[in-house]
Design a protein around this ligand. Sequence first.
Ligand code: CTP
Ligand code: MG
Length: 220
Amino acid sequence: MSAAGIVAAAGSGSRLGADRPKALVDLAGRPLVAWAVDTLLAGGVDEVVVAVPAAEHDQFAAALPSRVRLVEGGATRTASVRAALAAVGPGVDAVLVHDAARPLTPPDVVARVLAALAAGALAVVPVLPVVDTTVVVDAEGTVTAAPDRAALRRVQTPQGFSRVVLADGYAGLPLGAELTDDAAVVRASGIPVTTVAGDERAAKVTVPHDLRVAEMLAAR
Ligand code: CTP
Ligand code: MG
């Protein structure tokens, strides 16, 4: 099985509020995007395509190994992944889609996703249990429901797919559509999505607190 990795790295990082796109923000001496690319390669993918903001193309190229292909991202994560998917090379059977914003994801997670695909899964996501009671609220903030936490999971990346299934999912999605992850794209076309164990270290860097936590972990 030949696998490609896609890294969504074209966001601005408005909630992090840095002076550059989030994927170029430094963590222990290297930009977040470089960590994410290394994780995919160390975990066993054969090639990597990164969706980057057009204005910073050269900075991304300088930060990444030359074998990595760069494409111009879009206005939404969905549009960025769609652009990267179109640049995946021929002969690839499986595609893993990863966030640049999850720099400390261990390569083991990549390997678990690849193993599930090799065993026949069409779509697979790494998940973790929900530890807090989680509630649904209405527009006023009043609690309307408390779903059974035992059945809830937090979904991480990289998410893995049969290449054909992911391409068909994106082909069937209206051009302006915006979904929060890629499993939602294929689930919309009726494909079952299976799960493997995620890892707390794959946490997403969203706000400044997350970067401080990542700095502490990377320093060890
Ligand atoms: N992403 C992307 N293209 C976009 C928007 C997001 O490739 N148009 C990527 C980001 O670079 C990030 C991942 O999707 O690696 C997850 O998105 P998020 O954490 O929301 O990053 P940003 O959109 O950059 O941050 P914010 O929402 O705070 O602006
Ligand atoms: Mg965003």
